[in-house]
Unconditional design. Sequence first.
Length: 352
Amino acid sequence: MVLCCNILACDTSCQTCSGPQYKECIQCPFDRYKNRYHECQKCGKREFLDSPNEDRQCAKCHKSCKTCIERSTNCLTCNSDKFMTENNVCSPCHRSCKKCNGSTANDCTHCDEYRYLNDDSECAICPSTGHISITDEETRHGNCQVCLENEYLVILIPEKQIGYCKQCDQHEFLTITDKSIKKGFCTECHENCKTCSGVLKTDCLDCIGTKYLSSNFECLPCENGYIQRKDTENEYNSCQACDLIDNCEQCTGVTCGRCYIGYAIIEKKCIPCSQIERCVKCQLNNCAACEEGFHAKPRYCEACHDYNCSSCNEYSEVCEICKKGYSLNSFGTCVDCLSEDNCIGKDARGFF
Protein backbone atom coordinates (compact mmCIF):
# COMPACT_ATOMS: atom_id res chain seq x y z
CA MET A 1 0.00 0.00 0.00
CA VAL A 2 1.46 3.40 -1.07
CA LEU A 3 0.57 6.56 0.84
CA CYS A 4 0.86 9.93 -0.90
CA CYS A 5 0.33 13.39 0.42
CA ASN A 6 0.69 16.98 -0.80
CA ILE A 7 2.52 19.34 1.59
CA LEU A 8 1.52 22.96 1.05
CA ALA A 9 3.40 25.99 2.37
CA CYS A 10 1.84 28.37 4.88
CA ASP A 11 1.00 31.91 3.88
CA THR A 12 4.01 34.19 4.32
CA SER A 13 2.28 36.03 7.17
CA CYS A 14 2.02 32.81 9.27
CA GLN A 15 4.72 31.05 11.28
CA THR A 16 2.70 27.78 11.50
CA CYS A 17 -0.67 27.05 9.94
CA SER A 18 -3.47 24.56 9.35
CA GLY A 19 -3.74 25.42 5.67
CA PRO A 20 -2.20 27.55 2.97
CA GLN A 21 -4.57 30.49 3.32
CA TYR A 22 -3.70 33.65 5.27
CA LYS A 23 -6.72 32.98 7.55
CA GLU A 24 -5.38 29.58 8.61
CA CYS A 25 -2.51 30.74 10.86
CA ILE A 26 -1.83 28.88 14.15
CA GLN A 27 1.24 30.82 15.29
CA CYS A 28 2.51 34.23 14.20
CA PRO A 29 6.06 35.61 13.77
CA PHE A 30 7.47 37.70 16.66
CA ASP A 31 6.45 41.00 15.05
CA ARG A 32 2.79 40.02 14.41
CA TYR A 33 -0.28 39.10 16.43
CA LYS A 34 -3.19 36.70 15.67
CA ASN A 35 -6.65 38.19 15.47
CA ARG A 36 -9.94 36.37 15.92
CA TYR A 37 -9.98 35.48 12.22
CA HIS A 38 -6.69 33.60 12.62
CA GLU A 39 -4.83 36.22 10.60
CA CYS A 40 -1.30 37.33 11.55
CA GLN A 41 -1.18 41.11 11.35
CA LYS A 42 1.26 43.88 12.20
CA CYS A 43 0.47 46.71 14.57
CA GLY A 44 -0.43 50.11 13.16
CA LYS A 45 1.52 53.35 13.42
CA ARG A 46 2.50 54.39 16.95
CA GLU A 47 1.55 50.89 18.30
CA PHE A 48 3.56 48.00 19.78
CA LEU A 49 2.97 44.34 20.74
CA ASP A 50 2.23 44.29 24.48
CA SER A 51 3.31 40.67 25.12
CA PRO A 52 5.58 37.96 23.69
CA ASN A 53 2.82 35.39 24.23
CA GLU A 54 0.42 34.06 21.62
CA ASP A 55 -2.44 36.15 23.01
CA ARG A 56 -0.48 39.37 22.52
CA GLN A 57 -2.29 42.45 21.23
CA CYS A 58 -1.38 45.92 19.98
CA ALA A 59 -1.16 48.83 22.39
CA LYS A 60 -0.56 52.55 21.85
CA CYS A 61 2.96 54.04 22.14
CA HIS A 62 3.43 57.05 24.40
CA LYS A 63 2.52 60.28 22.58
CA SER A 64 6.17 61.39 22.59
CA CYS A 65 7.23 58.28 20.61
CA LYS A 66 6.97 57.90 16.88
CA THR A 67 7.64 54.14 17.22
CA CYS A 68 8.21 51.97 20.33
CA ILE A 69 8.81 48.38 21.43
CA GLU A 70 7.74 46.14 24.37
CA ARG A 71 6.27 49.04 26.38
CA SER A 72 4.72 52.38 25.54
CA THR A 73 7.61 54.54 26.80
CA ASN A 74 10.41 52.44 25.27
CA CYS A 75 10.78 54.58 22.15
CA LEU A 76 12.60 53.48 19.01
CA THR A 77 12.15 56.80 17.20
CA CYS A 78 10.79 60.17 18.31
CA ASN A 79 8.46 62.77 16.89
CA SER A 80 10.25 65.54 14.96
CA ASP A 81 10.04 68.03 17.85
CA LYS A 82 11.67 65.61 20.33
CA PHE A 83 15.01 63.85 20.76
CA MET A 84 16.02 60.41 22.08
CA THR A 85 17.63 60.22 25.53
CA GLU A 86 20.03 57.49 26.68
CA ASN A 87 17.07 55.72 28.32
CA ASN A 88 15.15 55.54 25.02
CA VAL A 89 12.78 58.25 26.19
CA CYS A 90 11.66 61.00 23.81
CA SER A 91 12.23 64.37 25.44
CA PRO A 92 10.99 67.68 23.98
CA CYS A 93 13.32 70.03 22.08
CA HIS A 94 13.79 73.61 23.18
CA ARG A 95 10.78 75.65 22.07
CA SER A 96 12.87 77.55 19.48
CA CYS A 97 13.89 74.34 17.64
CA LYS A 98 11.93 72.49 14.98
CA LYS A 99 14.21 69.44 15.32
CA CYS A 100 17.07 68.84 17.75
CA ASN A 101 19.55 66.43 19.32
CA GLY A 102 19.32 67.84 22.84
CA SER A 103 17.15 69.88 25.18
CA THR A 104 18.91 73.27 25.08
CA ALA A 105 18.57 76.16 22.63
CA ASN A 106 22.03 75.26 21.28
CA ASP A 107 20.98 71.73 20.28
CA CYS A 108 18.81 72.64 17.28
CA THR A 109 19.31 70.81 13.97
CA HIS A 110 16.35 72.28 12.02
CA CYS A 111 14.40 75.55 12.34
CA ASP A 112 10.92 76.68 11.37
CA GLU A 113 10.30 79.06 8.47
CA TYR A 114 10.54 82.21 10.61
CA ARG A 115 13.98 81.47 12.07
CA TYR A 116 17.42 80.52 10.80
CA LEU A 117 19.96 77.99 12.11
CA ASN A 118 23.15 79.82 13.04
CA ASP A 119 26.65 78.40 13.54
CA ASP A 120 25.95 77.94 17.27
CA SER A 121 23.09 75.52 16.45
CA GLU A 122 20.51 78.05 17.59
CA CYS A 123 17.28 78.84 15.78
CA ALA A 124 17.64 82.60 15.84
CA ILE A 125 15.32 85.44 14.88
CA CYS A 126 16.62 88.15 12.55
CA PRO A 127 16.04 91.74 13.77
CA SER A 128 13.66 93.91 11.79
CA THR A 129 16.59 95.84 10.30
CA GLY A 130 18.02 92.70 8.69
CA HIS A 131 17.01 89.81 6.49
CA ILE A 132 17.59 86.06 6.49
CA SER A 133 19.99 84.57 3.96
CA ILE A 134 19.50 80.77 3.81
CA THR A 135 22.31 78.41 2.73
CA ASP A 136 20.45 75.11 3.40
CA GLU A 137 16.70 75.02 2.76
CA GLU A 138 16.12 71.75 4.68
CA THR A 139 17.70 72.80 7.98
CA ARG A 140 17.36 76.56 7.29
CA HIS A 141 21.01 77.05 8.09
CA GLY A 142 22.01 80.61 7.22
CA ASN A 143 22.66 84.02 8.69
CA CYS A 144 21.12 87.39 9.34
CA GLN A 145 22.41 90.19 7.16
CA VAL A 146 22.05 93.96 7.49
CA CYS A 147 22.53 95.97 4.30
CA LEU A 148 25.51 98.32 4.11
CA GLU A 149 25.28 102.09 3.63
CA ASN A 150 25.42 101.84 -0.18
CA GLU A 151 23.04 98.85 -0.40
CA TYR A 152 19.30 98.35 -0.25
CA LEU A 153 17.15 95.37 0.71
CA VAL A 154 15.34 93.35 -1.95
CA ILE A 155 12.59 91.43 -0.11
CA LEU A 156 11.59 88.07 -1.59
CA ILE A 157 9.23 86.78 1.13
CA PRO A 158 8.18 89.62 3.47
CA GLU A 159 6.51 87.55 6.18
CA LYS A 160 9.62 85.36 6.53
CA GLN A 161 12.22 88.15 6.17
CA ILE A 162 13.77 86.38 3.20
CA GLY A 163 15.75 88.68 0.89
CA TYR A 164 19.16 89.92 -0.17
CA CYS A 165 21.20 93.14 -0.30
CA LYS A 166 21.91 94.83 -3.63
CA GLN A 167 24.01 97.77 -4.82
CA CYS A 168 22.99 100.20 -7.54
CA ASP A 169 24.94 100.17 -10.81
CA GLN A 170 27.50 102.91 -11.44
CA HIS A 171 25.10 105.05 -13.52
CA GLU A 172 22.34 104.84 -10.86
CA PHE A 173 21.64 106.36 -7.46
CA LEU A 174 19.95 104.85 -4.42
CA THR A 175 16.64 105.98 -2.92
CA ILE A 176 15.73 104.51 0.50
CA THR A 177 11.98 104.27 1.16
CA ASP A 178 12.18 102.58 4.58
CA LYS A 179 15.28 103.37 6.64
CA SER A 180 14.45 100.82 9.33
CA ILE A 181 15.03 97.88 6.94
CA LYS A 182 17.00 99.68 4.18
CA LYS A 183 14.21 99.05 1.67
CA GLY A 184 14.67 101.09 -1.50
CA PHE A 185 15.25 101.18 -5.25
CA CYS A 186 17.70 102.42 -7.91
CA THR A 187 17.12 105.20 -10.45
CA GLU A 188 19.25 106.12 -13.48
CA CYS A 189 21.37 109.27 -13.33
CA HIS A 190 21.13 112.06 -15.90
CA GLU A 191 22.75 110.98 -19.18
CA ASN A 192 25.77 113.28 -18.67
CA CYS A 193 26.54 111.92 -15.19
CA LYS A 194 28.79 108.95 -14.49
CA THR A 195 27.70 108.84 -10.84
CA CYS A 196 25.15 111.06 -9.16
CA SER A 197 23.10 111.89 -6.08
CA GLY A 198 19.81 112.46 -7.93
CA VAL A 199 18.05 112.56 -11.31
CA LEU A 200 18.79 116.20 -12.17
CA LYS A 201 21.65 117.25 -14.45
CA THR A 202 23.01 119.26 -11.50
CA ASP A 203 23.21 116.14 -9.30
CA CYS A 204 26.37 114.77 -10.94
CA LEU A 205 29.30 113.54 -8.86
CA ASP A 206 31.46 112.36 -11.78
CA CYS A 207 31.16 112.89 -15.54
CA ILE A 208 30.94 110.61 -18.56
CA GLY A 209 33.46 110.92 -21.39
CA THR A 210 35.32 114.20 -21.82
CA LYS A 211 32.94 116.48 -19.93
CA TYR A 212 34.06 118.25 -16.77
CA LEU A 213 32.23 118.73 -13.47
CA SER A 214 31.29 122.36 -12.96
CA SER A 215 30.96 124.15 -9.61
CA ASN A 216 27.18 123.54 -9.61
CA PHE A 217 27.72 119.77 -10.17
CA GLU A 218 26.73 119.81 -13.84
CA CYS A 219 28.76 117.91 -16.46
CA LEU A 220 29.68 120.29 -19.29
CA PRO A 221 31.90 120.19 -22.39
CA CYS A 222 34.77 122.67 -22.67
CA GLU A 223 34.21 125.63 -25.00
CA ASN A 224 36.06 125.97 -28.30
CA GLY A 225 39.70 126.79 -27.72
CA TYR A 226 39.78 124.94 -24.41
CA ILE A 227 40.67 121.41 -23.40
CA GLN A 228 39.84 119.27 -20.37
CA ARG A 229 42.46 119.38 -17.65
CA LYS A 230 43.07 116.22 -15.68
CA ASP A 231 43.21 117.20 -12.01
CA THR A 232 42.85 113.71 -10.54
CA GLU A 233 44.01 110.31 -11.67
CA ASN A 234 40.78 109.33 -13.43
CA GLU A 235 38.52 112.37 -13.85
CA TYR A 236 38.51 115.68 -15.75
CA ASN A 237 37.00 118.50 -13.72
CA SER A 238 38.17 121.77 -15.31
CA CYS A 239 39.19 123.33 -18.63
CA GLN A 240 42.36 125.03 -19.80
CA ALA A 241 43.14 127.12 -22.90
CA CYS A 242 44.76 125.40 -25.87
CA ASP A 243 47.70 127.81 -25.73
CA LEU A 244 48.62 126.33 -22.37
CA ILE A 245 49.54 123.16 -24.27
CA ASP A 246 52.96 123.71 -25.85
CA ASN A 247 52.79 124.43 -29.60
CA CYS A 248 49.07 123.51 -29.86
CA GLU A 249 47.07 125.77 -32.19
CA GLN A 250 43.63 124.13 -31.82
CA CYS A 251 42.27 121.56 -29.37
CA THR A 252 39.11 119.50 -28.97
CA GLY A 253 37.92 117.13 -26.29
CA VAL A 254 40.85 115.96 -24.21
CA THR A 255 43.64 116.21 -26.84
CA CYS A 256 45.29 118.75 -29.14
CA GLY A 257 43.62 118.67 -32.54
CA ARG A 258 46.15 120.73 -34.53
CA CYS A 259 49.75 121.77 -33.91
CA TYR A 260 51.51 124.86 -35.25
CA ILE A 261 53.37 124.53 -38.58
CA GLY A 262 56.61 122.61 -38.15
CA TYR A 263 55.19 120.33 -35.44
CA ALA A 264 53.57 116.90 -35.41
CA ILE A 265 51.34 115.18 -32.85
CA ILE A 266 53.29 112.40 -31.16
CA GLU A 267 51.74 110.71 -28.09
CA LYS A 268 49.20 113.57 -27.72
CA LYS A 269 51.96 116.22 -27.69
CA CYS A 270 53.17 118.68 -30.34
CA ILE A 271 56.74 117.64 -31.23
CA PRO A 272 59.09 119.64 -33.58
CA CYS A 273 59.86 117.96 -36.90
CA SER A 274 63.55 118.11 -36.01
CA GLN A 275 62.89 115.62 -33.20
CA ILE A 276 61.42 113.09 -35.66
CA GLU A 277 64.42 111.23 -37.08
CA ARG A 278 65.06 112.02 -40.81
CA CYS A 279 61.84 114.08 -41.11
CA VAL A 280 62.35 117.34 -43.09
CA LYS A 281 58.79 118.67 -43.26
CA CYS A 282 55.65 118.46 -41.09
CA GLN A 283 52.14 119.17 -42.32
CA LEU A 284 48.68 118.64 -40.76
CA ASN A 285 50.13 117.23 -37.54
CA ASN A 286 52.16 114.57 -39.38
CA CYS A 287 55.59 114.15 -40.93
CA ALA A 288 55.05 114.96 -44.63
CA ALA A 289 58.54 114.52 -46.15
CA CYS A 290 61.71 112.62 -45.24
CA GLU A 291 65.37 112.52 -46.25
CA GLU A 292 66.40 110.73 -49.48
CA GLY A 293 65.86 106.97 -49.26
CA PHE A 294 63.04 107.25 -46.71
CA HIS A 295 59.26 107.43 -46.93
CA ALA A 296 57.12 109.53 -44.57
CA LYS A 297 54.82 107.80 -42.12
CA PRO A 298 52.51 109.91 -39.88
CA ARG A 299 54.81 109.64 -36.85
CA TYR A 300 58.20 108.53 -38.30
CA CYS A 301 60.31 107.98 -41.44
CA GLU A 302 60.66 104.47 -42.86
CA ALA A 303 63.59 103.38 -45.06
CA CYS A 304 62.85 102.25 -48.63
CA HIS A 305 63.48 98.56 -49.19
CA ASP A 306 65.89 99.30 -52.06
CA TYR A 307 68.99 101.07 -50.71
CA ASN A 308 69.57 102.79 -54.07
CA CYS A 309 66.04 104.21 -54.14
CA SER A 310 65.57 107.93 -53.56
CA SER A 311 61.77 107.91 -53.21
CA CYS A 312 59.38 105.00 -52.66
CA ASN A 313 55.64 104.48 -52.21
CA GLU A 314 53.84 104.54 -48.87
CA TYR A 315 54.56 100.87 -48.20
CA SER A 316 58.34 101.41 -48.84
CA GLU A 317 58.36 98.40 -51.19
CA VAL A 318 58.05 99.94 -54.69
CA CYS A 319 60.68 102.45 -55.75
CA GLU A 320 59.44 105.49 -57.67
CA ILE A 321 62.69 107.47 -58.11
CA CYS A 322 66.24 106.11 -58.01
CA LYS A 323 69.28 107.87 -56.62
CA LYS A 324 71.68 109.61 -59.04
CA GLY A 325 73.61 107.10 -61.15
CA TYR A 326 70.86 104.47 -60.98
CA SER A 327 67.85 103.67 -63.12
CA LEU A 328 64.80 101.45 -62.69
CA ASN A 329 64.82 98.18 -64.59
CA SER A 330 61.75 96.26 -65.74
CA PHE A 331 61.52 94.62 -62.30
CA GLY A 332 61.30 97.98 -60.51
CA THR A 333 64.82 97.70 -59.07
CA CYS A 334 67.43 100.46 -59.11
CA VAL A 335 70.52 99.32 -61.08
CA ASP A 336 73.83 101.02 -62.04
CA CYS A 337 73.81 102.95 -65.30
CA LEU A 338 76.16 101.00 -67.62
CA SER A 339 77.43 104.26 -69.00
CA GLU A 340 76.55 107.88 -68.65
CA ASP A 341 74.64 107.69 -71.95
CA ASN A 342 72.29 105.08 -70.57
CA CYS A 343 70.81 107.59 -68.13
CA ILE A 344 70.72 110.56 -70.55
CA GLY A 345 67.27 111.41 -71.80
CA LYS A 346 65.54 109.34 -69.16
CA ASP A 347 63.37 110.81 -66.45
CA ALA A 348 64.09 110.21 -62.79
CA ARG A 349 62.33 106.86 -62.99
CA GLY A 350 64.66 105.62 -65.74
CA PHE A 351 62.26 105.97 -68.68
CA PHE A 352 62.67 107.98 -71.91
